[in-house]
Ligand binder design. Structure first.
Ligand code: IPE
Ligand code: IPE
Ligand code: MG
Length: 225
């Protein structure tokens, strides 16, 4: 039974390091190519019918990496926002950041605040998970729900970062790893999952199109029959 189109897809962009290693390049080259893959995907939203794309860019556990690599990732983030913000605005992409992004470096926080403001009227959402961890998200949401009254599935969900996004339809992870790595644990309750061997720097808009096509042919039951 065809289930129709996906509204919200999330991607765990994994495999930059292995992509570089395969080519005997420094890891940062993999991250750079990874940013290019992000750019191509965001551009493709012009022709792909999707309301929201959520990308896992930096987890709250990624701080455990060597300082050099964290610095490289932060620098790539700065450059990406600077270079691609005009395009987001032009293409009606609404940027949303999920995670504890306010505790990133002050200049990045400032750039993000500016980017959020300038893209707030966009019609399609690009949600980027920065310093994100799902367990911390759920704990914070439970606390906020409790402070506001009763904790219910509904009240808790209203305090998640994703409260204003369509329900998660499809979760993709690249690079062959089959785990969630603390990403969207609550939201993935009934999401379809797709694990691909493709390393993130090699991921193209055609892969996303294929994933959406695949999704449209899956039968979702939500516990019924
Ligand atoms: C994903 O690629 C990028 C981030 C987690 C920031 P990795 O850096 O995890 O690449 P692998 O898993 O080592 O190949
Ligand atoms: C998950 O990838 C986080 C991002 C893609 C940003 P990791 O490479 O950090 O995950 P693990 O460590 O393999 O679980
Ligand atoms: Mg990885």
């Amino acid at each position: 039974m065809a289930e129709g189109r996906a509204r919200h897809v999330a991607i765990i962009m994994d495999g930059n390091g292995r992509w570089a290693k395969k080519r005997h390049l420094p890891r940062v080259m993999g991250h750079r190519k990874g940013v290019e893959a992000v750019r191509a995907l965001v551009r493709s939203l012009q022709s792909i019918d999707l309301e929201c794309l959520t990308l896992y860019a930096f987890s709250s556990e990624n701080w455990k990496r060597p300082e050099d690599e964290v610095d490289d990732l932060m620098e790539l983030m700065r450059r990406f926002i600077k270079s691609d913000l005009p395009e987001f605005i032009e293409h009606n992409v609404r940027l949303k950041i999920i995670g504890d992004w306010q505790s990133l470096a002050p200049d990045i926080v400032e750039m993000l605040e500016d980017a959020l403001r300038r893209t707030e009227n966009g019609t399609r959402t690009l949600a980027v998970a920065l310093n994100y961890g799902a367990q911390a998200e759920i704990v914070a949401a439970a606390r906020a729900a409790a402070a506001g009254g009763e904790i219910t599935e509904r009240s808790l969900a209203q305090h998640l970062y994703t409260a204003d996004l369509p329900p998660l339809d499809l979760l993709v992870r690249t690079s062959g790893e089959v785990r969630l790595s603390n990403f969207l644990l609550w939201q993935a309750a009934y999401a379809e999952m797709l694990f691909t061997e493709v390393l993130w720097p090699d991921y193209t808009p055609d892969h996303l199109r294929e994933a959406l096509d695949h999704f449209s042919r899956r039968e979702r039951r939500f516990g019924g029959r």
